[in-house]
Design a protein around this ligand. Structure first.
Ligand SMILES: [Zn+2]
Length: 122
């Protein structure tokens, strides 16, 4: 269903990436950056038949670059919660769901319909 690049990076259609994967600009809006260790790109969004590409970073591995406002902290909490929410059963786990699966183990091994279109709460 999800395509990958030659180097194995997941590629999503515009507006179809899980929203715990954020662009650099979206991270900055939360007072975060991909991190000093130059976090690997978690995924790509491609649109206009691949002519436009945006790189996405995992919010679970981002670093804080400045003190957060309360609104930013709330948004980050929500994003981290999504990061731990199984796309299959919607249960919030106490660990980050691997981006390669997007689901907890029972859902990944079973057959569950995934709804990727849930909008972010901010
Ligand atoms: Zn699950």
């Amino acid at each position: 269903m999800t395509e990958t690049t030659e180097t194995g990076i997941e590629v999503y259609a515009y507006r179809h990436a899980p929203w715990y994967l954020l662009t650099r600009r979206q991270l900055r809006r939360l007072g975060l950056s991909p991190g000093k260790g130059r976090q690997e790109i978690a995924a790509e969004i491609r649109w206009r038949r691949g002519l436009r590409v945006a790189y996405l970073f995992d919010v679970g591995r981002a670093e804080r670059v400045r003190p957060m406002t309360k609104a930013q902290a709330r948004a980050l909490d929500a994003a981290m919660r999504a990061r731990r929410t199984c796309a299959g059963c919607r249960v919030v786990q106490d660990y980050c769901i691997p981006t390669s699966r997007g689901m907890c183990v029972p859902c990944f091994t079973g057959e569950t319909v995934v709804d990727d279109d849930t909008p972010p709460p901010w």
